[in-house]
Design a binder for this molecule. Sequence first.
Ligand code: PLP
Length: 402
Amino acid sequence: MSPVALADRAEQMRESPSVAAAQRVRELRAAGREILDLTVGEPDFDTPDHVKAAAIAAMAAGLTKYTAVNGIPELRRAIMARILDRTGITVGDSEITVGGGAKQVIFMALMATINNGDQVIVPSPYWVSYPDMVALHGGTPIVVECPESDRFLLTAAKLAAAITPATRWVILNGPSNPTGAVYSAEELAALATVLERHPHVSVLCDEIYDEIVFTDRRTPSLLSVAPHLRDQILVVNGVSKAYAMTGWRLGYGVGHPRLIAAINKLQSQSSSCPSSISQAAAAAAISGDQTFVTESIASYRARRDLIFDLLADVDGLTPVRPQGAFYLFIGCAGLLGKRTPDGRMLRDDQDVVLYLLETASVATIQGSAYGAPSYLRVSFATSTDVLRTAAAEIAKAVAALS
Ligand code: PLP
């Protein structure tokens, strides 16, 4: 028996599949293989200089101590201004919490609200962490399949059918990781009509990719489409994706004061507050010059079009053009049942991922990790050279199947 006894929850927890994929790439590279990595869930850009400068200035000014649990006033003001600009809604101090990334805010929100047996509606394809976080806190993830024919989005009818007296939350993520799908204002309004009838159901709107959209208009937020549901909505966002700040670990939540107070209490007993320096940097990112965001979106858009066009030409792959985020979700059902040159049959998306890794040296992630078997996720937050080479290698490997 191992000398280290673990709690049941730790025994049951799975490692994040995207973290596992990144680890596999690191191991192969350490073994001397050249891998084209399309698994990465973060911008390939560096954090903008003015944001770094704000962090350096904060350190120089001695902002190196614990802060208030709900963050420094500059950050809260920046968040308030952004919410007002995006939704037309004025929020106060008591409605804002800050944490070590959007991930930690979601974790704490679920921890603060889920009792054993509570249900959380998770539309699939979903971000890998939602079901595990729900289960970790004793809840039951109710996975609702949202097929490609529904643009991978939750419909009002499916939401209505999934709600029970035990439903505590529904999680909406747009632009979505992994599909890049975005809810329109009309689709959100239809969901809101269902939610109005079920005030016991809260909505966690994960808007971490809301800046990264390729349509001409901004992504609508449920908060602006249905302000009367404000008490039921928790908006989660952060600086990781829009400002290339994944390592700074800074996210925030905006919601009902009672929920925010509970999250803050958890924060006070776990990490006390996010890094003071990251808070100063995030305040500068959110309230400062937004040129970086505009320029990076233009770059992501060009790369999306490049990788989409290249892979759409590969027989057996059916990419779905994303409206936002930096992932391409690709149907691979056309490859299943085919045989590799050494005679192995590709039975599922995991087999396809392994085949592409072994034969094309391209790392992708299987759709089943996101609750959508027969798909692959590739990230296009990488250089056009890598994208071109990876697409050519994938095409070659696919052509070798019989
Ligand atoms: N939500 C989604 C949908 C994500 O894809 C990610 C990161 O991959 C996060 C939340 C976490 O973001 P953060 O870096 O702010 O914790």
